[in-house]
Design a protein around this ligand. Structure first.
Ligand code: PLP
Length: 395
């Protein structure tokens, strides 16, 4: 049996995996077990910001492997404290909890917001507003926040009190607010839901509503945060601050880490024993996080993201103009979606056979989340393969 067949035997059938088996990577290329090269425009779903075998990243992790890997949160380590401080500096927030994934970050943020409400009202009957087509994770709490029945069906009963508004429709949020609303959770750019960008008017409007009613604003930047859109946090382009931000993916750039970060007002609600994690922020994870921030800063990565994304967006817009089967491009920085009039599965598969990796966001949208280190040549190559594939499909 080959690896694909063995994988089908061994794993629960939760993923529709591609029929290639990856072996290693270098720069923006992945290689399969037959040494075939793939240009990577998905970066492990927006995780591998520095591509593969990025030396400063690998060296720093290697160094830590010879030190401490894990001790539990009964003890501080230099690495965990430095990681926490780096996150606070990058987010302009005040208190952080370190965890291991995006799901844990949103689940923890939900608990924090509910506890804040409980301390105010003395009752655990709070409601939360999320958005349709959002994605916040797969645990029972986070999948309830996820405004997509496809991810929820069969897993009930879900948590109670979650309602779903519409992106960029402030009235739809106003209508859902009640005296029991504890939090509103929003992705500044919906990733899984089809790469939909919040307008400034909408996010600022939601911020004002939260201020008026003392509702906790949670921004889920698991996918769009950590430099992907050209600023450290996407909310920095909206001139607002969240009460809590959720991070993962690019926070570890390959190693599984997550965080939820709060301001002082809300953060104070969690006290000893209220929440915890065996692994969260262990010394290796801490070193990963400080290394990511160090690389972003020392290598001037955000400036590169802004520069290359201008070129990237221009080439994508030209692609949109070239083909009738493309509806539009949406996105900010290196988080882009191309909506087609046709299902995109066959485009993704054919591109893969030509050595280009992209992912979907729903049935009709190709999602592009390349590593930050891409060059104009990589963009040109990606566009050339896309054109070839679309021409072939249209024939
Ligand atoms: N929130 C957002 C916005 C995401 O895009 C994701 C994953 O794609 C998650 C939460 C869940 O993160 P994880 O898969 O690390 O649990």
């Amino acid at each position: 049996m080959n690896y694909f067949e063995r994988s089908n035997e061994a794993f629960l059938a939760t993923y529709g995996r591609f029929d290639i088996t990856l072996d290693h990577g270098k720069g923006v290329y992945l290689y399969d077990v037959n040494s075939k090269a793939y240009l990577d425009f998905y970066a492990g779903i927006g995780v591998n910001s520095f591509g593969y075998q990025y030396e400063p990243y690998v060296n720093s992790l290697q160094e830590q492997l010879h030190g401490l890997i894990h001790v539990s949160n009964y003890f501080n380590t230099k690495q965990s404290v430095e990681a926490a401080e780096a996150i606070l500096k990058a987010t302009n927030l005040s208190k952080v909890f370190l965890c291991n994934s995006g799901t844990e970050a949103t689940e923890g943020a939900l608990k924090l917001a509910r506890k804040y409400y409980f301390l105010k009202h003395g009752k655990a009957d709070s409601e939360v507003i999320s958005l349709q087509h959002s994605f916040h994770g797969r645990s029972t709490g986070s999948v309830t926040l996820t405004g997509n029945p496809r991810y929820q069906e069969g897993f009930g009963p879900l948590i109670s009190g979650v309602k779903y508004g519409t992106i960029n429709d402030l009235d739809s949020i106003k209508e859902l607010i009640s005296p029991k609303t504890s939090a509103i959770i929003i992705e500044p750019i919906q990733g899984e839901g089809g790469v939909h960008v919040c307008t400034k008017e909408f996010l600022q409007g939601v911020r004002s509503l939260c201020d008026n009613y003392d509702i906790v604003l949670i921004l889920d930047e698991v996918q769009c945060g950590m430099g992907r859109t050209g600023t450290m946090m996407t909310y920095m382009q909206y001139d607002i601050m969240p009460d809590i931000v959720c991070l993962a993916k690019g926070l570890g750039a390959g190693f599984p880490v997550g965080a939820f970060v709060a301001n002082n007002k809300v953060g104070i609600a969690l006290q000893p024993g209220d929440h915890g994690s065996t692994y969260g922020g262990n010394p290796l994870a801490g070193k990963v996080i400080t290394t990511v921030f160090k690389i972003l800063q020392e290598e001037n990565m955000l400036a590169h993201v802004r520069q290359i994304s201008t070129y990237f967006i221009k080439q994508l817009d030209d692609l949109v103009d070239t083909f009738d089967c493309i509806v539009e491009r949406r996105g900010l920085g290196l988080m882009q979606g191309i909506e087609f009039t046709i299902p995109v599965n066959s485009i993704i598969r054919q591109a893969l056979s030509k050595g280009l990796i992209m992912v979907t966001a729903g049935t009709h949208v190709i999602r592009l989340l390349p590593p930050f280190i891409i060059t104009t040549e990589d963009v040109d190559k990606m566009i050339t393969i896309c054109k070839e594939v679309i021409h072939e499909i249209q024939r």
